[in-house]
Design a protein around this ligand. Structure first.
Ligand SMILES: CC/C=C\C/C=C\C/C=C\CC/C=C/CC(=O)SCCNC(=O)CCNC(=O)[C@H](O)C(C)(C)COP(=O)(O)OP(=O)(O)OC[C@H]1O[C@@H](n2cnc3c(N)ncnc32)[C@H](O)[C@@H]1OP(=O)(O)O
Length: 250
């Protein structure tokens, strides 16, 4: 996590696809706490993979899990997201590859998004027979508005880079990762002279409702997740999806 002029670049590096397991989520959570403690001036979130930003939650954490491990997994995801979404420093996602589901959530939790061409992003949960939790949905709604979010979430739509720009899911398209980082740095530079306290107060004002909804209902949210994924038909769906992903690799 290099810090240049107080700006940190956090590069996710969990090959092959930066899927988010408990350990990776803990690492991200610790990183966001550290950046806050070190009074970081801005953060760029990106990936070391040339083709994938993040494949979202690690499906193996949800397939035939032990109950306590599944609970810990979900609570760690909540912790990581609460820290990122409420960060006092400005945040940019440099989306240098595909960003389905939880990968899309990570980028939606940043304040500004730059994407490279020819990749896909979106909350595709419906297509997998699972449901994007309320706070995932809220993040999408906050980015693209009620009507477009409803359509996208019901269909589990994956947007191309160009479609993402058109609907407002991302702010800019860059030609490659290098330009993506340059544009991310330019956004952070544009924020640098704003009074930090006023800036973060306005940001939290906009995000307060979405944050409170999870903060006041964390246990209920965890229970919904557990009850949902332990259903036999959901487990069967996850099994088939995992098989289809590894067949593709074979
Ligand atoms: C109102 C609310 C009410 C109720 C809510 C109720 C309940 C909530 C319950 C559940 C919610 C759960 C939320 C989940 C959110 C998620 O994030 S689910 C994850 C969704 N992710 C995906 O669908 C992405 C799947 N992956 C891909 O599409 C491709 O892998 C990708 C385009 C990212 C990259 O393609 P490519 O480079 O070709 O790589 P491969 O497909 O060949 O994959 C390489 C290996 O990686 C494995 N893999 C891929 N993705 C995942 C993953 N997400 N988890 C685990 N493993 C993954 C893949 O199997 C390959 O492995 P192998 O090499 O075969 O061992």
């Amino acid at each position: 996590m290099p810090l240049k002029m107080g700006v940190a670049t956090v590069t996710m590096n969990r090959p092959p696809v930066n899927s988010l397991n408990t350990e990776h989520l803990e690492t991200l959570h610790r990183t966001f706490i550290r950046l806050e403690n070190e009074k970081c001036r801005g953060m760029i979130l990106t990936s070391s993979s040339p083709t994938v930003f993040s494949a979202g939650l690690d499906i193996r954490e949800m397939y035939k899990p032990e109950l306590e491990k599944a609970r810990k997994f979900w609570r760690t995801l909540q912790d990581m997201w609460l820290k990122l979404y409420s960060s006092p420093y400005p945040t940019v996602a440099a989306i240098n590859g595909h960003a389905p589901a939880g990968g899309c959530l990570l980028s939606l939790s940043c304040e500004y998004r730059v994407i490279v061409p020819k990749v896909r992003m979106g909350l595709n949960e419906t297509q997998l027979g699972i449901v994007a939790p309320q706070w995932f949905q809220d993040c999408m709604r906050n980015a693209i508005g009620e009507r477009e979010a409803e359509k996208a979430l019901i269909a589990g739509r994956m947007f191309s880079s160009e479609e993402a720009l058109k609907v407002g899911l991302v702010d800019e398209i860059a030609q490659n990762k290098e330009e993506c980082i340059q544009k991310a740095e330019a956004f952070l530079a544009s924020q640098a002279n704003l009074p930090m306290l006023a800036r973060k107060t306005v940001k939290l004002g906009f995000r307060h409702q979405t944050l409170s909804r999870l903060l006041t209902g964390r246990e209920a949210d965890t229970k919904i997740f557990i009850d949902y994924i332990f259903q036999p038909k959901v487990q069967k769906g996850l099994e088939m999806y995992l098989q289809s992903l590894s067949k593709k690799a074979a």
